[in-house]
Design a protein around this ligand. Structure first.
Ligand SMILES: [Zn+2]
Ligand SMILES: [Zn+2]
Length: 413
């Protein structure tokens, strides 16, 4: 009876297939279950490890800080006169925190202050010195609820008042009562309550403190870039291969702009390429730099955006000559007090050129900058080209004055 056999085969085949199907479903459910369990365990484990880390850190940091009466700190006494001195360890007053400095970065502004001996708005000697830092909280004063010992933080160098005309019109960088804080080149630093409340940010576990310390200069760069009416595909020239020029260049490249770095020194050419420069101009004269920059634009018409990041009058004038009709110039580099420039009024008016001059940062820009660092897209490591102990600070500044190819040096106390 072939029919019956065939039927039987068909029946058993379908039974087997159903069984396989059912088995497969069970196995997949089991895998799913297993995966969920493993991920749960991982998540739990991570949470436990991280909380243990934080606890351990809090204990260690508190212990390091406890009982210390004096610390080593850099004191600026005047022109090219920094001394490392023993000073009292600060105590946290109401609303303040004390941070053990993990890394403090050298900066063009500090170099200017070192050379001039003062900074009208930021620092009057004798004074604690240095303003780009990240570290670990060791003490939180009364009333501080958002930070505790063991927290890794970046504390910005200033905070706006929030009450003046400028603060209330979204221009906190121009606050009439901008509060500055210095003292990063030291073992510990006091963070004033206003900065604790408005401009101290938690550093994600995966971000090294020396990278987080770049938040301040990067906030200035992001602010300056966003102020320059940027758009994807714009041709942006950045004049100046110092730390901020390179940062601006990198920010523009990450935003999808075509970038032209206009630099002076050989070391800056390599750095500019590494940070995303589409073209590099290293000219012997300003006239040549303008010519060569324009040559990289269609029909030599000029760049869409020219950003000056040198801080001298010749570079300001150069920026205006590089930009196309309808383009934007940002005078991003601050010149010495009393400096004047000569500009071609015809060119500015009849070519409809927008002139901007961005200063400093706002709390929103600081948050954006740290996010960019934490995202991993920003090449933070490239900006820190050296490390030195606090005792070597004088030597580090002397080296920076002699135009070495160093970008930033991390000072570790
Ligand atoms: Zn700085
Ligand atoms: Zn204000």
């Amino acid at each position: 009876m072939p029919g019956t056999v065939k039927d039987a085969i068909k029946r058993s085949r379908s039974t087997v297939e159903t069984a396989i199907e059912a088995g497969k479903a069970t196995v997949e459910t089991a895998i799913e279950h297993g995966r969920a369990a493993v991920e749960d365990a991982l998540h739990h484990g991570r949470a436990t490890v991280e909380s243990a880390l934080h606890h351990g850190r809090a204990t260690v940091e508190t212990a390091i800080h406890h009982g210390k009466v004096t610390m080593q700190a850099a004191i600026l006494h005047g022109r090219e006169d920094i001394r490392i001195e023993s000073v009292p360890v600060p105590k946290a007053e109401v609303g303040e925190i004390i941070v053990r400095v993990g890394a403090a970065l050298t900066c063009g502004t500090d170099l200017k202050v070192f050379r001039r001996g003062y900074h009208a708005r930021m620092i009057v000697p004798p004074a604690l010195f240095g303003h780009e830092l990240a570290g670990t909280v060791v003490e939180a004063g009364e009333g501080v609820t958002n930070f505790a010992p063991g927290d890794r933080v970046v504390a910005l160098n200033s905070a706006p008042c929030g009450n003046c005309y400028f603060c209330q019109h979204g221009q906190e960088n121009l606050c009439d009562d901008l509060l500055f804080n210095n003292g990063a080149y030291a073992e510990f630093i006091r963070i004033p309550s206003r900065i604790v409340a408005k401009n101290t940010l938690r550093v994600p576990e995966h971000v090294p403190l020396e990278h987080a310390a770049l938040t301040e200069p990067l906030a200035c760069a992001v602010h300056g870039f966003e102020d320059s009416k940027p758009y994807r595909g714009a041709i942006v020239a950045v004049i100046g291969g110092g730390p901020l020029g390179l940062m601006m260049l990198h920010v523009a490249a990450l935003a999808g702009c075509e970038t032209i770095a206009v630099v002076k020194h050989n070391g800056q050419v390599e750095a500019a390429k590494q940070l995303g420069a589409t073209h590099v101009v290293q000219a012997t004269s300003i006239r040549k730099a303008i010519q060569e920059t324009r040559a990289f634009t269609p029909k030599d018409r000029g760049v869409d955006i020219a950003i000056e990041a040198v801080g001298n009058p010749e570079a300001w004038e150069e920026a205006v000559e590089m930009v196309r009709k309808g383009g934007t110039v940002n005078f991003f580099g601050g010149c010495a007090v009393g400096t004047r420039v000569t500009l071609d009024t015809n060119r500015i008016h009849y070519s409809d050129i927008t002139l901007r001059a961005t200063f400093h940062h706002t709390p929103a820009m600081c948050r954006k900058a740290l996010e960019l660092i934490a995202s991993g897209r920003f090449h933070a490591g490239a900006f820190i080209t050296g490390r030195a102990h606090l005792y070597e600070l004088n030597r580090v500044f002397e080296k920076l004055m002699n135009r070495s190819s160093e970008i930033k040096t991390a000072i570790v106390p």
